[in-house]
Write a protein that binds this ligand. Sequence first.
Ligand code: PEP
Ligand code: MN
Length: 375
Amino acid sequence: MKLDLKIQPLNSWIKTGKEPLLIAGPCSAETEEQLVATAHLLAKTGRVTALRAGIWKPRTRPGEFEGIGSIGLKWLSRAKEETGLPTAVEVATAKHVEEALKAGVDILWVGARSTVNPFTVQEIADALKGVDVPVMVKNPVNPDLSLWIGALERINNAGITKLAAIHRGFSSHEKTAFRNEPMWDLAISLKTHAPELPIINDPSHICGNRELLGYIAQKAVDLDMQGLMIESHIDPSVAWTDAKQQVTPSALVEIIERLTLRKPEIKGNDLKDKLAELRNQIDKIDDFVFQKMAERMKIVEKIGNYKKENGITILQVNRWDEILNKRTAYARALNLSTEFAEKLLELIHSESIRKQTEIMNQGQEGQAQEKLTHA
Ligand code: PEP
Ligand code: MN
């Protein structure tokens, strides 16, 4: 399903010359001195396109630093005046939108804790009606693509066409090396629903630490995301928020310079031919895989019919285990990961079950399902 978003290209509202597009700045504006000094260092790197800073901070727990408030807008406009960097802040209410626009903030973003709430997003969207300002929408805290899409649609319906998504990872009960699981497939899925929508990756909030920033940034550019938002503070060790994940402007430059930028479009005929040949091979293999899947499903159907005709009700508990063990061992021998093999088998297995359920239910709706055995 393609989304019906009206989007202006990224380069109509932000300088996109130097790759990758980089929005950087502290998690929070803390003092005028901290913000302005950080902005100068960032501008000097020549790598940064826009300055970010949180003024109103949506904190998970009360009592934590909740942002410096409106005064920070003045500091931002001083930073912009002195460095020439356009500014970006998070807005979570209609009042934030009004104040930020009045203070001449160039780009607004909706935070992950706001995107989860359609009331909040609608309030922001209503405040944006009739305004021509770029807006970036972070993914919601929870891995729910519809909420993310819904928020983008609400902002777009308000007439905002300078629109981008920010991928900042998702909360997960599984504790991994990341603060927020990247769940790349959700960002890729958004891209397939709205290919013209720019997606900016936020390695800072995905990682929650400095060490993995480069790894995530590389993956984001490899997936052809249009830019990065990375938190940078003049002295991260004393940052009032997100201290563990912020980097100094010079560390930021190191991360950016280490990135390998690969081109989405191919130049040069030799390379084009080689790639076309390899893609041709892949197409053939994919066709073969589907053909074999269809053959497998035909056999599954036969088994289904056989079970039905013979009233077989024996649950072959060991069959699925056997399939899993044998195939994953084979996959490993072929240099395929166990995780991939298991996922693939589960997908095939659930389709087989669906097919057999259909057969079992023909003419005797409902009764047969629990009699189903594994094919
Ligand atoms: C932030 O950008 O500082 C922030 C609060 O991010 P998120 O909404 O992604 O948690
Ligand atoms: Mn932050």
